[in-house]
Write a protein that binds this ligand. Structure first.
Ligand code: ZN
Length: 254
């Protein structure tokens, strides 16, 4: 039996699902604005055309749906058999006809949404494993998808910017990224300050003596942190009162 509404009643989960659905709708809009010929154009990701982005987002929905099915049935179904298989699948998907590529995106998004909708309340806590090998509750799949659809909508390079991404999504993304730097110890001497949020947000190496301070609005700083440019972002040493002429590149994230 397919329910017409979410089976979970957890308000936090429902809010998260809304963010994922809005992101999917936003990605769909940016994809649908592109003509078939424009799909051949470059994306913002090195080596990837817009076709690669569309294929990746489609296969990503299928992969995440496998995790939701895993949570529902208890039968282990990984996102991808291997990293090579994932990459190969994207390369293949990028060669599909425009109509097939658009169907891949549409159908996979609908399928994932149905899997989420029908997942019983208690199964949201069941543990699954991400492609990076992290063990997470099924509820985490919502954020995994949210991040992908919003950021890759920008990567389609047809007008979407980080300023289009809702602030709570940006804030969580920045928290994830700076958390990954901390885990790897790659944030030494780097302090990240968000200037347009109340209360103020500070990330990175908060105990550094003379850190390089990266500052800017949440959208700009998050864009910088994902390695997608320095627009609206400034950098300076604590001891200096002038900005550095060049904003240093953010540490690697993925
Ligand atoms: Zn991705």
């Amino acid at each position: 039996m397919v329910a017409r509404h979410d089976r979970t009643t957890d308000p936090r989960l429902l809010a998260a699902l809304l963010q994922a659905r809005r992101g999917t709708a936003f990605f769909a809009r940016k994809l649908n604005e592109l003509t078939d010929a424009e799909l051949d154009g470059d994306s913002l990701l090195p080596g990837w055309t817009r076709r690669h982005i569309a294929a990746h987002i489609g296969y990503n929905a299928r992969a995440i749906a496998r995790l939701v099915e895993w949570a529902a049935t208890g039968v282990e179904t990984p996102m991808y058999p291997s990293t090579e298989a994932r990459d190969h699948e994207i390369d293949f998907g990028a060669t599909l006809s425009p109509i097939a590529l658009r169907h891949l995106f549409d159908h996979s998004a609908v399928h994932l949404n149905v899997e989420w909708r029908d997942l019983p309340e208690d199964a949201w806590h069941h543990k699954v494993k991400t492609a990076q090998g992290r063990i997470v509750p099924a509820g985490e799949t919502v954020w995994m998808r949210t991040r992908e659809v919003w950021v890759h909508a920008v990567d389609l390079d047809n007008g979407a910017t980080f300023a289009d991404i809702p602030a709570p999504v940006l804030a969580r993304l920045l928290t994830d990224i700076t958390g990954a730097w901390k885990t790897r110890g790659t944030d030494t001497g780097l302090l990240v300050k968000v200037t347009d949020q109340d209360p103020a947000m500070t990330f990175g190496d908060t105990s550094a003596e003379n850190p390089t301070i990266i500052s800017g609005p949440l959208a700009g700083v998050t864009q910088w942190a994902t390695g997608r440019g320095t627009a609206g972002v400034t950098a300076r040493q604590t001891t200096s009162d002038t900005d550095l002429t060049e904003v240093p590149a953010a540490p690697k994230w993925i």
